[in-house]
Ligand binder design. Structure first.
Ligand code: SF4
Ligand code: SF4
Length: 187
């Protein structure tokens, strides 16, 4: 089956998940270090305030904090962490599949070009994607997603002994007593 977005869906640009669990708060759109400056420039050009937090860091010493950032994340604009700042929910314009359009579609981050593909061999799609909920999987029309996934994996490949994950302290008000903030070593 060919992958194509479900008519009127914008779910992946709106809904943010807790990952790996509520302690870490909701995650944002993954931004590679090489993309950060470009995304910040695009935000300025669109007169948007964006918030980019670290996401994954590495170090050679378990007692230090990360010495290098492998990935950042762009947070949503809502208090609960949802809704990408670049999603155009106001103008009434529509994307080709009738969802809300992305203001930087041709320049969007690699993570957005990859979604909903999370593994390419074998093809594995994110089960939260609306297409996947309806059709389970697809085997066609995923070439550009696979290319983008490969680039992200190459950029994030590391043999560093210690990997750190950043807790965002962002999410639903009723969950706020579970949030932590800052860096945690992956065990
Ligand atoms: S990738 Fe999935 S969740 Fe995102 S807009 Fe398309 S169908 Fe919806
Ligand atoms: S940058 Fe564009 S494609 Fe990516 S999450 Fe935001 S609105 Fe969606």
């Amino acid at each position: 089956m060919e992958f194509r977005c479900i008519d009127e869906c914008s779910q992946c640009c709106i809904e943010r998940e807790y990952y790996p669990n509520k302690k870490f708060g909701k995650i944002g759109v993954l931004i590679l270090p090489e993309e950060k400056e470009r995304i910040e420039r695009l935000a300025k050009m669109n007169s948007l305030d964006i918030k980019i937090l670290p996401r994954i860091g590495i170090s050679n010493d378990r007692n230090s904090t990360p010495t290098k950032i492998l990935a950042y994340q762009m947070m949503g604009v809502e208090k609960n962490g949802n809704t990408c700042p670049f999603l155009d929910t106001q103008s009434g314009d529509k994307s080709p599949h009738n969802g809300f359009p992305c203001k930087i579609y041709n320049d969007r981050p690699l993570a957005c070009r990859t979604y909903p593909l999370i593994e390419s061999d074998p093809i594995t799609l994110d089960e939260k994607c609306k297409f996947c909920k309806e059709h389970k999987t697809a085997d066609r029309n995923l070439n550009s997603e696979a290319e983008s996934l490969l680039k992200i994996k190459e950029q994030m490949d590391t043999d560093s002994p210690f990997i750190w994950r950043f807790a965002t302290e962002i999410g639903e008000t009723e969950d706020s007593n579970m949030f932590e903030s800052g860096w945690f070593l992956e065990e």
